[in-house]
Structure formats: C-alpha cells, structure tokens
Write a protein of this length. Structure first.
Length: 293
C-alpha cells in the first residue's frame, strides 16, 4: 500500500515538474523573440528547400580573355568566398559607391535600398548600416583593438569587399537585432533581395564565426535563395553544393562553377552572363536565358 502511494506521489511530482518546465519554456519563448526565432528557423529549414536541377545545355568553350569582352557578360565579386583559408588578394580593388555617407560595393546599392524601403513600409522603422566597407588599414586597427581578437584578420574580412553590411534598427543592434520583428524579417527574407545571413546559427564550425544575425552579405540572385532555403553557408554552397562543371537550372537561371582555366564553357545561347570568381580558383557563371529560349 505504502509503495503504491509512493509511486502515485512520484508520478504526481514528476507531472507537476514537467508542467512547470513546459510553462517556463513557453513564457521564456514568448518573451524572447530571438530564441523563438532560432527555433522557428530550425523548423523552417527542415520543411523548406530550393531544388536546383542539373541540366546539360549545349555549350562552347571560350577563352577567359574573350569571355570578359563578350556582349552581355559582366564580372562580379558577389560570390567571392572570404575567410581565413581564402584571403583577399592584396591587389584587390572593390568597385565602391557612396550612399548617405556610407561606402559599400556598388552592386549592393539597389538591393539594399529595396530592403530598406520594405522594412520601412512593414514596420515603420529605418534600417541603418553600422558598418560596411573597411580598408585593410581600418580592418587592422579593428583587429588589434578587438577583445580577444574576435575580429577577422586583414584579408579575411568580407567588409574589405564592401559586400558585407552590419545592419540595425533603432534600439536593436548586434545580437539583439532578431529580438524585434523587423530584425527577424530581415533575417528570414533578406534572400529575396540577394542577401544572406553570412554567419548563421549553428554553423560556426564551418564559417569560423559565431552567429551574427546582423551581418548581411550580398551574393545576388538566385544564389541567396538557394543558400538560405537549403540552410547552407557560403562555404558549403561553393565547395559542396555546386559540383564543378555541372550546370544547374533554377528559376530560369543556369548556374555553373568551373575552374578558371584558359577556356570557360558557356551555353551556346544566353541572354546575359554574370561571371563571379569565387576566390578558390573557380568562377561561377550565372546565366540568364536568351529571350524566347
């Protein structure tokens, strides 16, 4: 009899304890939108993906020098992989522009302005840039002054390209950015504007950088969507997802990562081609189809 009472009491205490844990967890997630958002993102990544189909379009080989001068072919830095294993060349000179006293890559201007406008329309908040382009000298100063050298060494910082933006809204900067609706929106939907969260949660073993929900990196369409919806880092996308010399079809684009050799394979017909050296000895071709194809 005593044993039964003890078992019932133990079950009751366990049930109360479990209910208290659930209640505390619910209250915590209700008051911490940033942690709730991380869990939501994990679930979202399990239920969403973007499929790119491998295809075999008719191609022809052109020399690297000829490719750069062909009509409707442009060079872009947008897919450069930059980390401590893939440093920026000392001779690298980014194509920069200035907007409201802020310097960043010229390719970032239009998509950033579009994102700013959307955030203002949806949340009546301005989206500001806390840090954008940095020269090698500025990066060296930040590296030397940072606590425990948490900043990247010179050559390993995306800010030296002007393609990276550290953004915030009033009252929510740095790690607190996803605590507000505007920050969570930017984190989830920035891919629609060509940006990715360069250092996502749970991927520091790959990127070498802990979660930075404020750090946007411009990679352009359609790459931002493929990276985001497949829960990839830029490292994974370039070195694992895109198999060398395979053409992928996605949303009307053709994508191919190929070695930067004397000749480059391009489709026989195309509307335009964006050629992006990826800083690993390869180039990534982003091909828009020709009209009527």
């Amino acid at each position: 009899m005593k044993k039964r009472r003890f078992v019932r009491r133990l079950i009751l205490i366990s049930a109360v304890f479990l209910a208290a844990l659930v209640l505390m967890g619910t209250v915590f997630l209700a008051t911490r939108g940033d942690y709730r958002f991380i869990l939501e993102q994990k679930w979202y990544s399990l239920t969403h993906s973007a499929k790119a189909e491998s295809v075999q379009p008719p191609t022809r080989n052109v020399s690297w020098d000829a490719l750069k001068t062909m009509p409707n072919v442009t060079l872009s830095d947008a897919l450069m992989l930059i980390n401590e294993s893939h440093l920026i060349d000392d001779a690298y000179q980014p194509d920069l522009t200035t907007y409201k006293n802020t310097v960043f890559a010229a390719s970032v201007l239009e998509p950033y302005c579009q994102l700013v406008e959307t955030v203002r329309e949806k949340f009546d908040l301005p989206l500001y840039i806390r840090s954008s382009y940095r020269s090698a000298e500025e990066q060296q100063e930040i590296y030397q002054d940072s606590a425990a050298n948490v900043a990247a060494v010179v050559g390993a910082s995306e800010h030296q390209t002007g393609l990276a933006l550290d953004v915030f809204v009033p009252g929510y900067a740095g790690s607190s950015f996803p605590k507000c609706e505007a920050g969570r929106f930017v984190n989830r939907y920035c891919y629609e504007y060509g940006f990715i969260i360069r250092y996502p949660h749970g991927k520091s073993d790959i990127t070498g950088i802990t979660y930075e929900p404020w750090h946007l990196r411009y990679v352009g369409a359609p790459h931002a969507e493929l990276i985001t919806l497949n829960s990839l880092t830029l490292e994974e996308y370039i070195t694992e997802f895109l198999k060398p010399d395979v053409f992928y079809s996605f949303h009307g684009y053709l994508i191919c990562r190929t070695a930067m050799d004397e000749t480059i394979p391009i489709p026989e017909t195309y509307g335009s081609i964006v050629v992006s050296p990826d800083n690993t000895g390869y180039v990534i071709l982003t091909v828009s189809p020709s009209v009527g194809s």
